[in-house]
Design a binder for this molecule. Structure first.
Ligand SMILES: C[S@@+](CC[C@H](N)C(=O)[O-])C[C@H]1O[C@@H](n2cnc3c(N)ncnc32)[C@H](O)[C@@H]1O
Length: 293
């Protein structure tokens, strides 16, 4: 089944807004987290099969279902944290009120959980997302919450679909690791108005290595993914290119890189941005806050 025809979108909408939708979302979350399926009605499981999210023969998640399941996980986490930003209050510029009454564009918003928190706090929110399924799921979740759909456009950080010098704030939350960062920073600089700010929250090489080194011994697959990420980070840092390309062509999150803080600072200033406040730790991530002069 083609997933995102208008007809399919309307089926998804009616299942996710109708009776039993809580169970359907929980079911996809449990599938995503690979935990034992618990407390889910037979009707919700049947709906997931009918929507093409679960393979009827083996009860495995389908490729289309995996995008949906990612979105259900992000939505569920957002509900669990009382609908606020994941880093709310970690620094003065990481509170929803800081973004109030400003035009904020998130690059790589996924299903738009951060944008929903910011919209609730009174920002005008926009997004650019290369995975259409995430953006479409976001529309349905916003409707579930009685919020206006965030305006998430299909696109990529390296070619932002916005005119020059319009945006007050560009936000990247755990997404910069997938970009061609040099091209993305040039684009972000272009779309920010003078005095506009860039806020990036994400892991750096050090936090990535220290958080994952323990898992390397768990399986060959994890060790390989870890090694490829470190190799790609090194090659991007020194040669501006990932040696190991992403799987499935352009639109893929399969090959992240985690530049060091020093490299990020160098690249941000190289793109013409000026430090607005010092880097700060946000849990295991780092926040970079820069301004366009
Ligand atoms: C880990 S998710 C983070 C989603 C969201 N920012 C959040 O905090 O929940 C990374 C997001 O970056 C998006 N992404 C990957 N490559 C991108 C690119 N080149 N340009 C823009 N977004 C990209 C992915 O599709 C995904 O939605």
């Amino acid at each position: 089944m083609t997933m995102w025809t208008d007809e399919h979108q309307s089926q998804i909408r009616s299942k996710l807004l109708g009776e039993g939708s809580g169970d359907l979302i929980r079911y996809m979350l449990q599938k995503n987290m690979k935990v034992e399926i618990d407390g889910i009605s037979a009707g919700a499981i049947q709906s997931a099969v009918e929507l093409g999210w679960i393979d009827e023969t083996n009860q495995e998640i389908t490729p289309a279902g995996s995008m949906v399941a990612d979105s259900c996980r992000e939505y569920s986490f957002w509900l669990e944290r009382d609908k606020v930003l994941p880093f709310e209050g970690a620094a003065p510029h990481l509170t929803a009120s800081y973004f109030e009454d400003r035009i904020v564009m998130e690059v790589g918003p996924g299903m738009g959980a951060n944008l929903m928190s910011l919209a609730k706090a009174g920002s005008q929110v926009l997004g650019v997302e290369p995975i259409e399924a995430y953006a479409k799921m976001g529309r349905v979740f916003a409707e579930r919450e009685g919020l206006r759909s965030p305006d998430i456009q299909y696109g990529r950080a390296e070619a932002l679909p916005f005119p020059d010098s319009k945006l007050d704030i560009v936000l990247c939350v755990t997404s910069h690791q997938y970009f061609d960062i040099h091209r993305a920073l040039t684009e972000i600089f272009r779309v920010l108005r003078p005095g506009g700010e860039l806020i990036i929250v994400g892991a750096t090489l050090w936090s990535y290595c220290s958080n994952n080194i323990g898992f390397v011994t768990d399986s060959f697959g994890l060790a390989r993914a870890y090694a490829l990420t470190v190799i790609n980070t090194g090659s991007y840092t020194f040669f501006g290119k990932r040696i190991v390309p992403a799987r499935h062509g352009n639109i893929s999150t399969s090959r992240p890189i985690y530049p060091s803080r020093a490299a990020m600072r160098r690249w941000l200033t190289g793109a013409g941005l000026i430090e607005c406040s010092p880097d700060c730790k946000v849990g295991a991530e780092t926040c970079f806050h820069y301004i366009k002069p």
